[in-house]
Write a protein of this length. Structure first.
Length: 354
């Protein structure tokens, strides 16, 4: 992979990737301390792609950027509903009275999350973390922590324009095609420009870090990893000269190598789990198999979700079985289909389905 030598955008400034395509960054108060956002120039205004967290600091940075644009904002495109992407979509669309463009699942998930009642029973959450094998004290700490989506996402408009896989946006005579990916979020929109060979990949394809592919308490029987691996494949067909503009880290060339690297990364984790589950293991037992670093704070939530997405993948592919023990904790055991013909007990390294 190559990293073209674009200067990192300073706070409140933009870097021109090419005429009509600007890169900017906003700070995030997390381990991952920034997000990349983009501006696409049309004849009569700019499209904003992703918006940063809904905080006063991000608003101030946007105000500086808007004051330096010679054309107005004409629309906001949000790749997916995570707070660092959608956080200020409502504020920008309200300020400029312009449309919000999103896929259906991402838009309505965001609207639902903005209206979660603080009074709702959290039994689903408790059950999810208990079944994963976390101790009762940790479960309570997680369930009662977190300020919620609405604390970092400004109210989103009550109308939107729907993006579908394969839709084409024409911006300044150039065709930007919507390519939907799933797994990191339900219906994540990427944008590929046929004329420029530029891909805005959002969080679906990132360099250096692997996007979180998680199964969370809202859909504990989901198969997010299968969706992710299958929706990575169409990106292998894009031109090798494609410049990828991701939502984190820096722009890169070498899309095919990165896609195959991500597929290999997950295959490796699946195989490591098959090895570990030769004897029954819980999700918590399996965490060290996938994560070398010590997990603290909210990272344990992401880690449990990522581990569960892999175990569910193996479960629905009949490679592991699942039972529940007397403490209400799921136990996963590898189904050893190769026992008769392979003396090493090594699981099959080839996945024909991914
Ligand atoms: Zn995301």
């Amino acid at each position: 992979m190559d990293y073209p030598d674009f200067p990192l955008p300073e706070d409140g400034c933009t870097t021109e990737i090419m005429p009509g395509v600007l890169w900017l960054r906003m700070a995030l108060p997390f381990d991952l301390d920034h997000i990349n956002l983009y501006l696409l120039e049309d004849t009569d205004g700019w499209f904003v792609v992703d918006t940063g967290l809904g905080t006063d600091a991000t608003k101030a940075a946007w105000d500086t950027i808007f004051s330096n644009l010679e054309k107005p904002v004409k629309g906001v495109i949000v790749t997916h509903m995570h707070p660092d992407h959608i956080g200020l979509a409502g504020w920008i669309t309200e300020t400029f009275r312009v449309p919000l463009y999103m896929t259906n699942s991402e838009y309505y998930t965001a609207r639902a999350l903005l209206n979660v009642s603080q009074d709702s029973s959290r039994w689903n959450d408790r059950e999810y973390f208990t079944r994963a094998g976390l101790e009762a004290e940790t479960v309570e700490r997680i369930v009662s922590s977190g300020k919620g989506f609405a604390s970092v996402v400004s109210p989103i408009p009550l109308a939107y324009q729907r993006l579908r896989d394969g839709d084409v946006f024409t911006i300044n005579g150039r065709r930007w095609e919507i390519m939907v990916g799933s797994g990191h979020s339900p219906e994540h929109a990427c944008l590929f420009c046929h004329e420029l060979h530029v891909l805005l990949s959002g969080d679906h394809i990132l360099p250096q870090i692997s996007p979180n592919i998680g199964v969370y308490s809202t859909e504990p029987e989901g198969n997010a990893l299968k969706e992710y691996l299958s929706t990575l494949l169409p990106f292998l067909s894009l031109p090798e000269s494609t410049l990828v503009l991701p939502a984190h880290n820096i722009p890169f060339m070498g899309l095919q190598e990165r896609v195959n690297g991500l597929r290999y990364h997950h295959k490796r984790h699946l195989n490591a789990l098959l090895q570990a589950c030769q004897s029954p293991q819980s999700v918590v037992d399996c965490l060290p198999v996938m994560f070398a670093r010590k997990l603290t704070g909210r990272n344990i939530v992401f880690a449990v979700a990522e581990c569960l997405s892999h175990l569910n993948y193996l479960l629905f592919d009949n490679q592991v079985s699942r039972t529940i023990n007397a403490d209400g904790v799921y136990q996963y055991t590898t189904i050893d289909t190769l026992a008769d013909d392979v003396d090493t007990g090594q699981p099959d390294m080839d996945f024909t389905t991914v």
